[in-house]
Design a protein around this ligand. Structure first.
Ligand code: CMC
Length: 432
């Protein structure tokens, strides 16, 4: 037990308990701060705020550690699969063979979306952004899987196994359908005989009389990509899911909100932004050096996309794994991607540059993920959607943690008001 914290405010001392996590992370428990002192804590961007106590994922950003349910990401990347890790994120422990088979069957059975959802997708413009379509479809799942999405917590939890499998599987189905609709193609039906990743590639690319042919290197790389994205503690989208869930909203409504949060370029949208950046650098004939100078000056508003992280102040462990997997995949498939050379040069140059060193800016998961996804044949405007498919188990696990906590309070931050002080309403004719 750590010693309590003593805070002096307006010449008065207040004592607050402290909390220690299993990995020795420490927090001052300020839950009574306002009622005791009249002050609130101010932490814009929440860089110092623990919003919950969670048992799902552990990160030590100073050292570069990521663990799902205690197991290092390196071990999972080497030995586990996306669905096995998903099961563990959802339920807490690695599954037995029977549990994994049962879960896999549930995910496969839950993959088909309602034909009405396919019709709804056809109503989107051909140039609709894939993340906009996916977010809408996740929200719509509340309507098409209504018995699992009642906003009555007890009922929703009773259907959790089915709903979780549907959320994971139907996200992939809806994403692939959305892609095909924008290309003017008919949707494919899920194939329950295929692995999760191969089924997704079949949904995307199979054509009449020309079924998608699985390539083992591609299947393994896609599975790894999804596994590495499966959870990441209280990031922007996951905390959004928890925020929405804390109001009692059903699983699908909560993950739809998370999908919106993921879309931005500072978060999941970075994987698309990295490829755009690499292509732009390539088009100008720069080897990356000019771009680095622009990113450092801050004047152009440019940033070195795929670099930096709110939590990792050391290497993002996912970036190490994905960087290696990227090299291996391209070698195995015999792909010579000029963007990989630019990326390597950018990485080396930035890692030797004082601007990046002094700010602890290292490659993050998105730095190489776009090159991997491109090698898998995924179009670049689908990259953030791929992130969403991978992150779904983490979102669902966090929804469950909220839903199962009987003491959970609605999340409701406060603010410091800096707008006009009290003033009177002015009638239209008297306004200047
Ligand atoms: N390129 C150049 N400068 C940067 C970068 C970058 N990528 N990232 C941070 N900085 C600078 C920033 O200008 C600031 O400099 P100064 O102290 O001189 O004002 C300093 O580093 C701290 O930056 P910050 O914006 O306060 O840091 P943050 O923790 O709020 O932001 C971040 C984290 C990920 C949003 C940011 O590093 C960034 O925009 N990176 C590029 C986008 C990206 O790759 N995002 C994917 C994140 S990993 C996937 C995920 O989990 O979503």
């Amino acid at each position: 037990m750590s010693k309590p914290a003593v805070l002096t405010l307006d010449d008065k001392e207040y004592v607050f308990p402290t909390i220690k996590g299993v990995e020795n992370e420490k927090a001052v428990d300020f839950r009574t701060l306002r009622s005791a002192t009249g002050y609130i804590s101010y932490d814009e961007g929440y860089g110092n705020t623990g919003s919950c106590q969670s048992e799902i994922t552990y990160i030590d950003g100073e050292v570069g550690i990521l663990r799902y349910r205690g197991i290092p990401i390196e071990q999972l990347a080497d030995k586990s699969s996306f669905l096995e890790s998903s099961y563990m994120l959802l339920y807490g422990d690695l599954p037995t063979q029977f549990e994994l088979d049962q879960f896999t069957t549930r995910v496969r059975k839950g993959a088909a979306v309602s034909p009405m959802m396919c019709d709804a997708l056809k109503g989107f413009p051909r140039d609709a952004p894939p993340m906009g379509m996916l977010g809408s479809m996740l929200g719509a799942m509340s309507c098409y899987n209504a018995s699992m999405a009642t906003n009555d917590r007890a009922v929703d939890l009773e259907h959790f196994d089915e709903a979780a499998a549907a959320a994971i599987a139907q996200t992939a189905t809806a994403a692939a359908l959305g892609y095909r609709v924008t290309k003017g193609l008919e949707g494919n039906q899920p194939d329950p005989s295929l692995s999760f990743g191969d089924n997704f590639l079949h949904l995307m690319f199979s054509e009449e009389g020309r079924p998608y042919k699985a390539i083992p290197e591609v299947s393994r790389a896609l599975d790894l990509m999804l596994l590495l994205h499966a959870d990441h503690e209280q990031n922007c989208s996951t905390s959004t899911v928890r925020m929405v869930a804390s109001g009692g909203a059903n699983l699908f409504a909560s993950v739809a909100a998370g999908c919106g949060a993921l879309w931005g370029p500072a978060h999941g949208g970075a994987n698309m932004a990295v490829i755009k950046m690499l292509e732009e650098i390539r088009a100008t004939g720069d080897d990356g050096s000019k771009f680095i100078e622009e990113a450092k000056s801050g004047k152009s508003g440019k940033r070195l996309m795929g670099f930096g992280h709110r939590v990792y102040k050391n290497f993002d462990p996912r970036a190490k794994i994905i960087g290696k997997a990227c090299e291996e995949l391209l070698n195995k498939l015999g792909i010579d991607d000029p963007c990989l050379d630019i990326a390597r040069h950018l990485e080396q140059a930035a890692l030797a540059d004082d601007y990046f060193i002094s700010r602890n800016l290292y490659p993050n998961v998105d730095f190489y993920s776009g090159i991997v996804l491109r090698a898998l044949g995924i179009p670049s405007d689908m990259f953030t959607v791929m992130f969403a498919i991978g992150r779904m188990p983490g979102w669902v696990a966090n929804w469950r943690e909220i839903a199962m906590n009987p003491k959970m309070k609605i999340n409701r931050p406060r603010q410091i008001y800096q707008g006009p002080a009290l003033r009177d309403y002015v009638a239209m004719e008297d306004r200047g």
